[in-house]
Write a protein that binds this ligand. Structure first.
Ligand code: UDP
Length: 401
């Protein structure tokens, strides 16, 4: 199991000493995180790493999963879409499914902790069914700068019961919510299998294993098959880049158990782009393998994140940390990570030719690609690493417990 002292040399000793000092004051405090999946997506990625380090420094931190029926996950994905701004027929939101799964979970799961952290909208109503004796935090990871008003009003019913709301960016704070709202930015773990430095022979092993040819420059997007990640848009951009430069597009998207739309979107990508699949210029990968993701991110000539909504975008952080040139949408949490032309390129998510030109610029200009790649790695250091995230949480716990 990982321990904090392994981060010596990656972050400063000062940061590590500060974490140890603050954690001492929280020794044996008991915290529970509740989310709706162990696998797939940014929340699971963060918790897999953060929970281990919290325990390592002596804060007893658990992580539980809210199980749900198919109807529950269909409803919560619709709510997720509506909170990201999609117009939705409120009749399609089955509040009974939403509430039933939460109520049942409250019977199976007894909460005696010193603090409860609820992640995203799926377990949000749990607070209504528990005997609340401690601070409850709602940690929202999604882009809800412009939520559908009906669904926003509905979920506020539950948010009002919380002590603190944590969001990833200033624009997600809501003036009409009389609950304290704070910002904590997500992070990546430089020592996880997804991000740890790997040598060329390991990279080649994974490229061989997944039959990924390297005869052409690779354009890569790593993302769940989700409408907000705009896989069809990435392919349209790629079609236009390919007219100028011979290259290959890889879309790598695993399945998250709390996202029932993925299969449908994957299937429509396949049926709309059979020509590219047949000629081998588009590769779709659905395997779940962190070292493969690591190897792909290190091999790509350009990493793309063409989202139309993005709470933060860990895939961007991961690529920046690996010193790769990134072309990403100027949306949500991405501009917190990329300054245009310095450590990556920002593009209008709806302007396909701008995105294609940015990719071509990187593919054509090796020196520019190298320059932004170097700045990319530096931009993640300390700011978006797990140690800073851990410290943000410890500071919050010290205030509220
Ligand atoms: N991810 C992965 N394999 C995939 C697709 C995504 O491991 O095929 C990981 C990705 O590396 C990142 C996380 O899932 O760590 C996605 O987080 P992000 O914040 O980018 O988006 P979210 O899915 O939470 O909207």
């Amino acid at each position: 199991m990982k321990s904090l002292d392994e981060y010596r040399g990656i972050v400063s000793d000062k940061v590590l000493a500060e974490i140890y000092a603050k954690a001492t004051k929280l020794n044996k405090k008991h915290i529970v995180n509740i989310s709706s999946t162990y696998q797939g997506g940014g929340v699971a990625e963060i918790l897999h790493n953060l929970v281990i380090l919290m325990n390592d420094v002596g804060v007893n931190t658990g992580w539980r999963i809210l199980p749900g029926t198919q109807g529950f996950f269909t409803t919560t994905k619709r709510m997720h879409n509506a909170l990201q701004g999609e117009a939705i027929d409120p009749e399609l939101i089955h509040k009974d499914y939403y509430l039933e799964s939460n109520e049942k979970f409250s019977v199976f799961t007894h909460i005696h902790h010193d603090c409860v952290i609820i992640h995203d909208p799926q377990p949000l109503p749990l607070i209504k069914y528990c005997d609340k004796k401690q601070p409850w935090i709602w940690r929202c990871h999604i882009d809800f700068s412009n939520p559908n008003p009906t669904i926003w009003e509905y979920i506020k019913t539950f948010i009002l019961r919380y002590d603190i709301v944590i969001v990833s960016d200033q624009q997600y704070k809501h003036k009409d919510l009389p609950v304290e709202q704070r910002i904590i930015m997500p992070s990546i773990d430089p020592l996880s299998t997804k991000n740890i430095d790997i040598d060329d022979s390991t990279i080649n092993y994974y490229l061989d294993l997944y039959k990924i040819p390297v005869d052409k420059p690779i354009i890569l997007q790593i993302s769940r098959f989700d409408k907000w990640k705009d896989p069809e848009g990435v392919i349209q951009v790629f079609r236009s880049v390919k007219k100028d430069i011979d290259c290959r597009l890889i879309l790598c998207g695993n399945a998250a158990t709390d996202d029932p739309e993925g299969v449908e979107i994957y299937q429509s990508v396949v049926s709309n782009n059979q020509d590219l699949l047949d000629e081998g210029s588009l590769l779709l990968i659905t395997a779940e393998d962190n070292l493969m993701v690591n190897a792909l991110q290190r091999t790509a000539a350009v990493v793309v994140q063409k989202s139309t909504r993005e709470g933060f975008g860990l895939t961007v952080t991961e690529a920046l940390w690996k010193g790769r040139p990134v072309v990403a949408s100027n949306i949500g949490g991405i501009p917190n990570q990329i300054t245009n032309n310095r450590n990556g390129l920002l593009v209008d998510p709806h302007n396909f030719s701008e995105c294609a030109e940015a990719i071509i610029r990187i593919l054509r200009d090796e020196k520019f690609a190298e320059k932004i790649g170097t700045a990319a790695r530096e931009s993640v250091q300390e700011r978006f690493l797990i140690t800073r995230h851990l410290l943000d949480y410890l500071n919050l716990f010290l205030e509220i417990m």
